[in-house]
Design a protein around this ligand. Structure first.
Ligand code: PLP
Length: 357
């Protein structure tokens, strides 16, 4: 008999993490508001288990091709993974999310690890940096907000040959566009706050791994640290995850069209769009002041940090003191939403025309 083909992402996103198809079962896992459970079972306490986390984890795990663990935020997930390292070197993308770079710096200052920042799009430089002291290669692809893209498969092959683990922050691409575990990565991390949840209404993170032993170690760390999400956040994040493929497709199509139209705008010196996803970086000629004027001059686009919501937001990244100084002062990061692309274009082009004219 022919084997049943595996379900595809649109179907997995909708169907995974649901109760069985039995009479009177609800279609959605109900929210369990409980800090503890009657003793003697598998759950025991609210820091160890919650059915809404499990439903979210089953769905994300199925999309990424591994086993997921939900965390209180993306940073909580990142810290749980960095906690695997002690007294060795982490090679990381120089333009990783500023919180990741900040955490690496903090751990280095306290003598917990050594951080070596590299251009993650330069595979030869990344692999050349791996030595006997390296424990982890930290990839972000595309990077936030430089939009560099890494060759995950090539880096993973070189890292594994040296016995080094590879982590990919898959927040920008999502499992709809990039499945790092299939490309050879050992660990995927997410700020689920962004595309996975998708509605700018909660903070959550996730770690996904294929290796059961690594899963147990990370689950053990989460049990101890208590960096767990609330049940309602997990329920909302799963509700968002149901439409992830649709949102990513629509937002990516909008982003590709905007990047194309922006490419010859006279107010810009650069448009960075790696050809996937819904994040675009534009560099405004003249630096911080004209860029600040642009982000104050729109009606549809909202000036706000964070990204990955249904609504389009943008931000001049160097307004943060902690952003890498290699990011241009005039760089505005666009998180393109699912609105009508003509409305997005008219609003953004109007703001850019103001400073170009
Ligand atoms: N990773 C990336 C790529 C991010 O953009 C962010 C937040 O902006 C994080 C991790 C941290 O996630 P959170 O804000 O959910 O802690």
């Amino acid at each position: 008999m022919a084997e049943t083909p595996p379900l595809r992402a649109h179907t997995v996103a909708v169907h995974a993490g649901r109760p069985p198809h039995d009479i009177d079962q609800p279609l959605n896992v109900p929210i369990t508001m409980a800090s503890t459970y009657v003793a003697g079972g598998a759950k025991e306490y609210g820091r160890y288990a919650n059915d809404s986390w499990t439903a979210f984890e089953e769905t994300l795990g199925a999309l990424e091709g591994g086993r997921a663990l939900a965390f209180a935020s993306g940073m909580a997930a990142i810290v749980a993974v960095l906690d695997l390292v002690s007294d060795s070197t982490v090679i990381a993308a120089r333009h990783s999310y500023q919180g990741t770079v900040g955490m690496l710096g903090d751990l280095e200052a306290r003598g917990r690890l050594r951080a070596r920042l590299v251009d993650i799009s330069d595979t030869a430089a990344v692999t050349a940096a791996i030595d006997d002291e390296t424990a982890l290669v930290w990839i972000e692809s595309p990077t936030n907000p430089a939009m560099e893209v890494a060759d995950i498969a090539a880096i993973a092959e070189a890292a594994h040959a040296a016995g080094v683990r590879v982590v990919v922050d898959n927040t920008f691409a999502t499992p709809i566009l990039q499945r790092p575990l299939e490309l050879g990565a050992d660990i995927v991390v997410h700020s689920a706050t962004k595309y996975l949840a998708g509605h700018s209404d909660l903070l959550m993170g996730a770690v996904v791994v294929a290796d059961p032993e690594l899963y147990d170690v990370l689950k053990g760390r989460r049990d101890l640290t208590g960096a767990v999400p609330g049940a309602f956040e997990a329920w909302l994040a799963l509700r968002g995850l149901r439409t992830l493929p649709l949102r990513v497709e629509r937002a990516s199509a909008n982003a590709a069209e905007l990047a194309r139209r922006l490419s010859d705008h006279p107010a810009l010196t650069e448009v960075r769009y790696p050809g996937l996803g819904a994040m675009v970086a534009i560099v405004v000629a003249g630096g911080a002041d004209p860029a600040d004027l642009v982000v104050r001059s729109t009606e549809v686009w909202t000036h706000a940090t964070s990204l990955g919501g249904v609504e389009s937001t943008f931000e001049r990244r160097r307004r943060w003191r902690t952003e890498a100084t290699t990011i241009p002062e005039g760089l505005i990061r666009l998180s393109v939403g699912i609105e009508d692309v003509e409305d997005l274009w008219r609003d953004l082009a109007g703001a850019l025309d103001r400073i170009a004219g």
